[in-house]
Write a protein that binds this ligand. Structure first.
Ligand SMILES: [Zn+2]
Length: 213
């Protein structure tokens, strides 16, 4: 289980680790979107809730994840990214994993909020092809233009400072308390400092920790 603030880099690192270890990478966003795209019963519920600007309830999220992790490709393990997000979700997951005799490894990716805010503020996205740049760490060849198609780069709504601040505040309130919960509920909780590490380095750290069974 990978958890960390939005913008901590856990999504990118998680995907790399999953690929290297040949394990499914299961993220909340992808899983919810897949149900919506499939148009199944659960997907219809999610579409309805999100359309109304409401959160998907813990109970439904739990059901989706417990079903997904019971599929055949998860028999050797899986990487959870963005779930559990609340203590209520974590309690259900931890007890279910215990019942399945699965020992979770929880990795808390720590990045300072001012660093996250600065990273997000520098992000620029191509309005046409979706390529992502960063004015500090990955600038385009021509200022403000996409390398691939020359289209103007824009700041996505998700990357705008007030949106980033709101997401960090929500993480702080709802998800960060999970660290204390995991400290008593699981035997393997690790913190990884993500302040100065790129995605590949983070992936390597995570892989080492997951390997120490
Ligand atoms: Zn482009």
């Amino acid at each position: 289980m990978l958890f960390g603030a939005p913008g901590s880099g856990k999504g990118t690192a998680g995907k790399i680790v999953a690929e290297q270890l040949h394990l499914p990478h299961i993220s909340t966003g992808d899983l919810l979107r897949a149900h919506v795209a499939a148009g199944d019963e659960v997907g219809e519920k999610i579409r309805h809730l999100m359309g109304a600007g409401r959160f998907v309830a813990d109970e439904l999220v739990n059901r989706i994840f417990l079903d997904r992790t019971a599929e055949a490709d998860c028999v050797n393990g899986f990487i959870l990214d963005g779930y559990p997000r609340t203590i209520a979700q974590a309690q259900v997951l931890v007890s279910e994993l215990a019942a399945r005799r699965v020992t979770p490894v929880v990795i808390h990716l720590q990045v300072d909020y001012n660093k996250i805010t600065a990273r997000m503020a520098g992000r620029r996205t191509c309005a046409k092809c979706g390529a992502v740049y960063n004015v500090e760490s990955r600038p385009p060849k021509v200022d403000g233009k996409c390398d691939l198609d020359g289209t103007d780069l824009v700041v996505r709504e998700d990357d705008q400072e007030e949106v980033v601040s709101a997401r960090l505040a929500s993480y702080d309130r709802v998800t960060r308390p999970l660290v204390d919960y995991f400290r008593t509920a699981v035997s393997r909780l690790h913190s990884v400092d993500g302040n100065n590490a790129g995605p590949l380095e983070l992936a390597e750290r995570i892989r080492e920790l997951v390997g120490k069974a």
